[in-house]
Design a protein around this ligand. Structure first.
Ligand SMILES: *Cc1c(COP(=O)(O)O)cnc(C)c1O
Length: 428
């Protein structure tokens, strides 16, 4: 390592041994990082080509106010998203407040009373339980007479083809497929696996709408679920596709009819996509999208670096050190509460914002155990920025993700390790 870098690490609290251990791990990752760079290059060109094809111009970066009629920047951005995802249309709006809202919007606008929603990949993300009505909630799909069926993954993580077939009936209108594992211990689905699942379902019932919760998955591969048959892909702009710059927003890309339904629900029947002022936000949406492929690559490198560091130290990591990646989330099981807390303190200490703050576990609404969260982000709650969290309960696992730049992700992991060393949890 260059002496200059060595001195910098040392002045920022990374011991020589920690830095050296990190470098040894890195030496073994060169080829993998090259592959990630190659994917980023393909995705960068994909984004660039979509912007050029749609002739994005300087005027597109300025926003409208009021009703937002004829907002050229907004319309072109939606065309750019549709080209990137190879879909007929897209809805990309700051009025979509988060990923959950985007998913709820896609579901509520495309389902009608009497329809059934089906998940062939087990339990959906926590916040969707209330959207669907698995946990009773005001305004849930259940309140509107939309029923829900679920088929769990098999113990080995595979699809339960027989029961999926049995679960598809006359009422089945929409199938929801969550790509990322979220906070579960199952594996994240590869885009090609999602493709197989969709083909199977469409073979049984061709007109069923297949929606993919694409959160944390965008730009991790060179294809997206919409390239393998998904009718709608849905995600959050404060994750991968916002590139760390979008301060809010969500997207739905898909079949024209599905997107139209969503637009009528987001604004109003009759108005649809025609209204929705973009105010001054489009610059960050465009620039964030432009940066998203390399930002996602940075987050992936950070996750892989972390997996290799902690696996080598004997902890259970998911995905493991060598597995292919289909999202940016990394789980590490420490088996002890003090380690989860020390890890999070290290991540926090590496942040550009609030690095002086000490995260402590607290009783968050909706969780059955205290949760500790480390985040020092430019955009509040943004999880494409380096962040970590974990519930203080067995098996004492921490989930971390993000890193707008690879040097920052690397530094964050080294700080987390140093914190474990300083607290006597990792002994050299
Ligand atoms: C983050 C996430 C969501 C919800 O997004 P929010 O922006 O937090 O509402 C839904 N599904 C998955 C898989 C996610 O990772």
């Amino acid at each position: 390592m260059r002496k200059e870098l060595h001195d910098m690490y040392s002045s920022l609290g990374i011991s020589e041994q920690t830095a050296k251990f990190g470098e040894e791990i890195l030496d073994s990752l060169k080829e993998r990082f090259e592959k990630i760079d190659e994917i980023a290059e393909i995705n960068q060109l994909k984004v660039l080509a979509a912007m050029q094809k749609n002739q994005v111009s300087e005027a597109c970066l300025h926003g409208t106010s009021g009703y937002g009629y004829n907002d050229m920047g907004r319309e072109k951005l939606e065309a750019v998203y549709a080209d990137i995802f190879h879909t007929e249309d897209a809805l990309v709006r700051p009025q979509i407040t988060c990923g959950t809202h985007a998913l709820a919007l896609a579901l509520m606008s495309n389902l009608r009373p009497g329809d059934e929603l089906m998940s062939p990949v087990g339990k959906p993300y926590d916040t969707l339980e209330e959207v669907i009505g698995i946990r009773p909630s005001k305004g849930s799909l259940a309140e509107y007479g939309v029923t829900y069926a679920q088929v769990d993954l098999l113990p080995d993580g595979g699809f339960d083809w027989d029961n999926i077939k049995k679960a598809i009936n006359d009422k089945t209108k929409l199938v929801t497929i969550q790509r990322s594992k979220g906070y579960q211990t199952r594996h994240t689905l590869a885009v090609n696996e999602i493709g197989e699942l969709i083909s199977f379902i469409k073979n049984i019932k061709p007109d069923v709408i297949c929606m993919v919760d694409n959160c944390y998955g965008e730009f991790v591969e060179t294809i997206e679920p919409s390239d393998v048959g998904a009718d709608m892909v849905v995600g959050s702009l404060i994750k991968n596709p916002g590139g760390g710059l979008a301060p809010i927003g969500g997207y739905i890309a898909g079949k024209k009819e599905c997107v139209e339904n969503a637009a009528y629900r987001l604004t109003s029947p009759g108005l649809g996509k025609e209204v929705g002022a973009s105010l001054g936000i489009l610059n960050s949406f465009y620039q964030g999208l432009f940066l998203a492929p390399t930002v996602t690559a940075s987050a992936l490198k950070s996750a892989i670096f972390g997996a290799n560091i902690y696996e080598k130290l004997g902890f259970n990591v998911l995905p493991n050190s060598t597995e292919d990646r289909h999202d940016i989330i990394q789980a590490i099981t420490f088996g002890r509460a003090d380690a989860v807390e020390a890890f999070c303190r290290g991540i926090q200490a590496a942040a550009p914002i609030d690095s002086h703050v000490t995260p402590i576990p607290w009783d968050m609404p909706g969780y059955d155990a205290p949760v500790i969260m480390a985040a020092g982000a430019f955009v509040s709650g943004s999880s494409i920025e380096l962040s970590a969290d974990g519930p203080i309960k067995p098996p004492y696992a921490v989930y971390f993700q993000g890193g707008l730049t690879w040097p920052h992700g690397k530094f964050g992991i080294l700080k987390s390790l140093q914190s474990l060393v300083d607290n006597g949890i990792v002994l050299w």
